[in-house]
Design a protein around this ligand. Structure first.
Ligand code: SF4
Length: 447
């Protein structure tokens, strides 16, 4: 299967380096050979280049697959590092094949993001707050040792002389550590997001829903077709929040599936007005539930959802039946916001349940009709979030299971992205083999 699929690809068009041998010098390994080793390795959970080097020498399947060649681990690792974009294009090519085999729904994807650990421990990741805390701790330790040193100096006998030497060593070690932290502090100031990771400079500390201490790693975005749960688009980012990925991921899925109209199902983390508007303008129908963040509701008062918008006269009807009219507009973070209120609040029987101010004000984004329409669509499809969950979440679980406890093996955004693309290709291939079987897939590849 691997042999047939890769032999059918136009590797030069996909962007692989050395697809055409140079006119002079010893020919390099053809990218098809290295891609076959990697795809075999990722399908069989052997992603390490050193282990793949050994497999190429002792595993009969690999020996057959690559025609008894034996590339060393560095050649194998360099191929993954240097061909990230081409490996990603190969993933897209596989989705084109799935499309031609009728395996895609053609119109609906579920989107989600998950945090994957990088090769960078918590101890080697720094934020300003963490650095300040560590520096304060070292300063206090140095002050403690200095005090102990003063006391020991005053006593001046044989025992205390050894103690003094020990204390001086400790202070010297702490001062060295302090200097190292000061160097990191300079790096932190130069870093745009005020974060520094020492082992993998692109990795970032991110919070997760399951681990309160969070992880140092990458946020992997994936859009899966709801028919057979194939990953049609993926992206590795070092931005912890999902909020700004809706349009870019949905557009990538739309292009991969070759469809004009697409519905994207995403969780509350993707709710952002501008993104939902952009999706609508690109012909993408977003279904994203609104986050429950109303402070008024949390404090037991009426939330915005208790006020009904009347589009005919551009007013809000409040729980007391009063009309809140549009008073003024303001621009906040580039968004035009209209503010509505009524002058009848002072004498209202519900005022205590409604506002702590003089009157209750309701704010409306100029494009809020797009969000209202989305809420209507969500009401009409109560199962949408269940479909999203059952489509996308198990894929991340499977990928993490394959990757093991440490997740990524490589460092840097570009190389980890190539690593993830190989996992995604292996995941999709395995899934299609499960759905169709080997012979129909082989026939599809050769068609
Ligand atoms: S306080 Fe004002 S906005 Fe609130 S229910 Fe009463 S009249 Fe309506």
């Amino acid at each position: 299967m691997i042999d047939a699929f890769i032999d059918e690809l136009d590797l030069q068009a996909l962007g692989f380096t050395r697809a055409q041998p140079a006119a002079t010098g010893r020919p390099a390994y053809h990218p098809a050979i290295l891609l076959k080793i990697y795809l075999y390795g990722y399908l069989h959970r052997v992603p390490s280049s050193r282990r793949l080097e050994r497999e190429a020498q002792r595993n009969l399947e690999v020996i057959w697959l690559i025609g008894q060649l034996a590339p060393d681990f560095k050649t194998i690792a360099d191929f993954r590092r240097d061909n990230g974009a081409a490996i990603r294009a190969t993933c897209r090519q596989f989705i084109v094949l799935c499309r031609s085999l009728g395996l895609l729904s053609g119109g609906e994807v579920a989107l989600d993001g998950s945090k994957f650990k990088a090769v960078n421990s918590h101890e080697r990741n720094f934020t300003c707050a963490k650095l300040a805390k560590q520096m304060a701790k070292i300063e206090s330790s140095i002050a403690g040792y200095m005090e102990a040193l003063d006391q020991a100096d005053r006593m001046d006998d044989e025992t205390t002389r050894t103690q003094v030497e020990r204390l001086q060593d400790k202070i010297a070690t702490l001062r060295e550590r302090m200097q190292a932290l000061q160097a990191i502090s300079e790096q932190l100031e130069a870093s745009p997001d005020q974060q520094v990771s020492l082992t993998d400079p692109d990795a970032r500390a991110m919070s997760t829903s399951t681990d309160p201490s969070g992880i140092v790693g990458y946020n992997v975005q994936a859009a899966l077709d709801t028919k057979h749960h194939l990953i049609v688009a993926h992206e590795v980012t070092n931005v912890g929040s999902d909020r700004h990925h809706l349009t870019s991921m949905a557009s990538q899925a739309q292009a991969a599936m070759g469809t004009v109209e697409l519905t994207v199902l995403a969780d509350r983390g993707y709710y952002a007005g501008e993104e939902i508007l952009e999706c609508q303008q690109a012909g993408i129908t977003a279904l994203v539930p609104k986050p429950l963040t109303s402070p008024a509701k949390a404090e037991g008062r009426f939330g915005k959802q208790d006020f009904v918008y009347e589009p005919d006269d551009d007013t809000y009807r409040c729980p007391a039946g009063e009309r809140l009219t549009r008073r003024f507009a303001s621009v906040e973070k580039g968004m035009t916001i209209y503010v509505y209120w009524t002058t009848r609040c002072a004498g209202c029987a519900f005022k205590a349940q409604c506002t702590t101010g003089r009157e209750r004000r309701i704010r409306r984004w100029e494009h809020e009709a797009v969000l209202d329409a989305m809420e209507e669509r969500l009401r009409a499809r109560p199962e949408a979030m269940q479909v999203r969950k059952s489509t996308v979440e198990h894929a991340f679980g499977t990928l993490k299971g394959w990757m093991g406890a440490t997740h990524f093996l490589t460092r840097g955004l570009t190389t980890t992205a190539a690593e993830m693309s190989l996992h995604v290709l292996a995941y999709n291939l395995k899934r299609v083999l499960g759905i169709l079987g080997v012979q129909p897939l082989l026939a599809g590849i050769k068609a």
